[in-house]
Design a protein around this ligand. Structure first.
Ligand SMILES: Cc1ncc(COP(=O)(O)O)c(C=O)c1O
Length: 364
């Protein structure tokens, strides 16, 4: 039996190998490496695929969040609500623009922000919410929008893990003022290095982001404001253009893997993720009744990778401990002790899924 990694990027790229290599060589020979035609074409194609009027690429997903917050006018004195169960970058972006994160507890079935808790957590300084579609499962946008409308809060979406997922008839990223994406290599749409994207339907906001990502400049050596150096490389854009053509296929392969896991784990004590066609399964994260560390070790002994996303909710992170109040986020805390993410990637076979599921059941 072969080892099973969390993500087998080489296998995933195998079917596209010659297309990717041809494109890479053409960029290397073009002499144009930052921004340029490939980047513009990728932005158009991504906007078109996502159903957004504007797509502005940048250097990574963290910058996408920072640019989105900055363009939305969030800064010192403001508070931004977000989930307590996400990658640190979501809260880090809020801190980076000088605002304060207000952490909200999650729904135990979806790992996403709980709309009831969201409304309960609003303070007089709250200006916006960053909704994270964690693990590729869209958050309940209707209920979230209702809360935001009642309290005049802007909606920003962190779609780092949900490229291609839809809520209702619209893709994630198109439900608020701004959507932010990451192209970290293991993401559903991943590059060959770092990359990010901001989308919006609003023309003025798009222009602001375009300026901010390039040193606050729209016109060479004329600077309207202090911005960032956050541009996408041509080689990343070229690679992402190839992979974007196959994103639905890749996401469907992830859904197939999730379906197999659901079948093989059906009679076990493991709680599987929600099964909905909207999910793009960036991660396949189960909840274990107990003994997670032992189970994880037993899987590793059989050559099966697993990961803990996330071992510590944001309210327990040292970097956020300067905020005065002590948050109680019981669901975040409970799930951070019991969750385990299993291998999932396009091209993973039913035999591999069965091997992981059998090993997991045997380890319990
Ligand atoms: C939910 C979430 N937000 C933001 C980011 C940041 O993206 P990047 O690593 O491209 O900066 C990530 C990346 O892992 C993420 O998972």
């Amino acid at each position: 039996m072969n080892n099973i990694p969390m993500v087998d990027i080489q296998l995933w790229h195998k079917t596209l190998q010659s297309e990717l290599e041809e494109k890479a060589i053409s960029v290397l020979r073009s002499g144009r490496f930052i921004m340029g035609e490939e980047v513009e074409a990728f932005e158009k194609e991504a906007a078109n695929y996502l159903g957004a009027r504007h797509a502005i690429s940048c250097a990574n997903g963290t910058d996408a969040l920072i640019l989105a917050l900055h363009a939305a006018g969030i800064g010192p004195g403001d508070e931004v609500l977000t989930t307590g169960f996400t990658f640190f970058a979501t809260a880090e972006a809020i801190l980076r623009v000088g605002a304060k994160p207000v952490l909200v507890d999650i729904d135990s079935q979806t790992f996403n922000i709980d709309p009831v808790e969201l409304e309960r957590s609003i303070t007089s300084h709250c200006k916006a919410v960053i909704v994270v579609h964690l693990f590729g499962l869209p958050a309940p946008m209707d209920a979230i929008r209702a809360v935001c409308d009642r309290h005049a809060l802007l909606i920003l979406e962190d779609c780092a893990q949900s490229f291609g997922a839809a809520y209702g008839s619209r893709k994630t990223g198109c439900h608020g003022l701004l959507g932010a994406f990451s192209f970290f290599p293991s993401k559903n749409l991943g590059g060959f290095g770092d990359g990010g994207l901001v989308i919006t339907q609003d023309h003025q906001t798009a222009e602001t982001i375009q300026m901010l990502r390039n040193h606050g400049s729209n016109y060479q050596y004329h600077h309207e404001c202090t911005g960032y150096n956050s541009r996408l490389d041509a080689i990343q854009a070229a690679m992402l253009r190839v992979k974007l053509k196959y994103i639905d296929q890749f996401n469907n392969q992830r859904r197939q893997v999730a379906q197999w896991y659901g079948e093989y784990l059906q009679k076990s004590e493991v709680i599987c993720p929600i099964d909905t066609p909207e999910h793009v399964y960036h991660q396949y994260t189960v909840v274990l009744p107990a003994r997670r560390d032992t189970i994880k070790k037993k899987l590793a002994n059989k050559g099966i990778a697993s990961a803990i996303y996330y071992p510590m909710p944001l309210n327990k992170q040292k970097a956020l401990s300067s905020t005065e109040e002590d948050y109680e986020l019981p669901v975040c805390e409970q799930l951070s002790e019991h969750c385990l993410s299993l291998p999932i990637f396009p091209g993973m076979t039913e035999e591999q899924v069965k091997q992981v599921a059998d090993a997991l059941i045997a380890a319990m």
